[in-house]
Design a protein around this ligand. Structure first.
Ligand code: GUN
Ligand code: FE
Length: 436
């Protein structure tokens, strides 16, 4: 079927611009034009009336209306483990115990190619259903768990096989040369879509991190790992590295990664909750980013790992870039809407000001696209960006509501799975998921 020259999408819309500003337009319109490369890109963002006056008479136009919906940019989930869907709600009284008792035995199942293929297909749909259209993803140690994620997931993902060469169970341990071989083959093949992924300092030999970083940087691949998630973990890491030649004098967790050459503008550290001023300076100077995972860090009673509250003010003051993430399965929910709500409520409970819904939406969309270095064409609604968006269920609203009120009304109550508020997901002007 021939594709229309123009597509007009009519609904109220939210457009997150920065931490403080999110446009909220009632009876809005987003118009996309078909380009010669087959993409649909926005050519108009504004009011329905004006859009119809400008484009309504064009001969080749398709009009889509969403009367009960709100248009929003799709989400970027900047730290999640696609191989941990089944351990999201396992007991989490300690990070290291949860890893060794539930998570690692489950990740071992991805040794089977057949299991991996099947799961990649269903999980790909689960992402679209949640309104997630890109992000930074951890696979298992197995090379094919990277291949199948990149093959099946629709949108913009970077994916890496976790590197586990020490302090790991026998069934999930690679030799240093196996790990390096995998890094080289995947980074050479996938370039900017690959992320060199030491699981975290305890499980990956510094030689592998060092050589792996060089390969990643040469290919402009990304680098991702876990940093300072819990206090126990930090003590464990510093204790271990005291015994490593060349690391005897290291003072902090971040310094270990710095010494291995991991830091840089294409590096994303998961968590970063317990960081000193010096560590934040190292991250800021190297332009290293942090993925903040509120639902994973949440108290155990809320199905998180109880890791603590991320100090976004301190991180921002230090000039460190950050975006939101689910951390599936440390995080119990697939949906970035749960992450947004958790960010707001946890900060509110601790009486931290400035953690608004507006800010959280920005950090779940445009800020993620920025970390992926894709924000010129993705992340929010601006002319010449791609027609990627989602439809959210509209709550009952008041005329005077602002963006902050709209999000608050949408996410209030005790709904089990906020992801259900996503009724459709569009990539490049085409519907790729529709509920019911
Ligand atoms: N630290 C090392 N591995 C993991 C993991 O899989 N999940 C979380 N949350 N933290 C980690
Ligand atoms: Fe994680």
């Amino acid at each position: 079927m021939a594709r229309a020259q123009y597509k007009i999408f009519l609904a109220d819309y939210l457009n997150p611009l920065n931490d403080k500003t999110c446009s909220w337009v009632r009876q809005g319109a987003l118009v996309a034009r078909l380009r010669s490369d087959g993409s649909y890109k926005w050519c108009f963002i504004g009011k329905e009336k004006e859009a119809l006056a400008l484009y309504g008479q064009k001969p080749d136009i398709e009009v889509c209306e969403f009367p009960g919906g709100i248009i929003s940019p799709g989400f970027y989930d900047m730290h999640f483990h696609w191989v941990q869907d089944e351990v999201r709600t396992m007991p989490k009284d300690s990070l290291l115990k949860w890893l060794s008792e539930y998570t690692w035995p489950h990740e071992a199942k991805f040794k089977s190619l057949d299991f991996t293929k099947k799961k990649a297909k269903t999980f790909s749909n689960d992402l679209l259903k949640a309104g997630t259209i890109g992000g930074a993803c951890y696979a298992s140690i197995h090379g094919h768990s990277v291949d199948w994620a990149l093959k099946e997931f629709k949108g913009d993902y970077i994916v890496g096989n976790v590197l586990m060469t020490m302090n790991s169970p026998k069934y999930l341990t690679q030799t240093k040369s196996q790990a390096l071989k995998l890094i080289k083959s995947k980074s050479n093949k996938y370039l900017k879509k690959y992320a060199m992924t030491p699981r975290f300092a305890p499980t990956t030999h510094p030689e592998v991190m060092t050589e792996g970083s060089q390969v990643a940087k040469k290919n402009k691949s990304f680098i991702q790992t876990h940093l300072s998630e819990t206090k126990n973990e930090i003590n464990y890491v510093l204790g271990l590295y005291k015994e490593h030649k060349g690391f005897e004098k290291v003072k902090s967790y971040t310094e270990i990664y710095k010494k291995c050459g991991l830091l840089g503008p294409r590096t994303i550290m998961g968590h970063g909750i317990h960081l000193s001023k010096d560590e934040l300076t190292m991250l800021s100077k190297s332009k290293t980013a942090v993925a903040h995972c509120p639902t994973s860090n949440a108290p155990v009673k809320d199905l998180g790992l109880g890791s603590g509250l991320f100090d976004f003010k301190k991180v921002e003051k230090a000039g460190v870039r950050w975006a939101l993430a689910t951390d599936i399965g440390g995080g119990p929910f697939l949906s970035m809407l749960d992450v947004i709500k958790s960010f707001v409520t946890q900060n509110k409970t601790k009486k931290v000001s400035g953690a608004t819904y507006t800010k959280a939406l920005y950090r779940a969309t445009q800020a993620g696209a920025e970390l992926l270095q894709l924000s010129k064409t993705r992340g929010n609604f601006q002319k010449n960006k791609l027609a990627h968006f989602i439809i959210l269920e509209k709550p009952s609203l008041k005329k005077e509501d602002k963006a902050e009120d709209v999000l608050k009304r949408m996410l209030r109550g005790n709904r089990e799975n906020l992801g259900e508020l996503v009724s459709q997901t569009f990539l490049n002007g085409e519907s790729v998921y529709q509920n019911n």
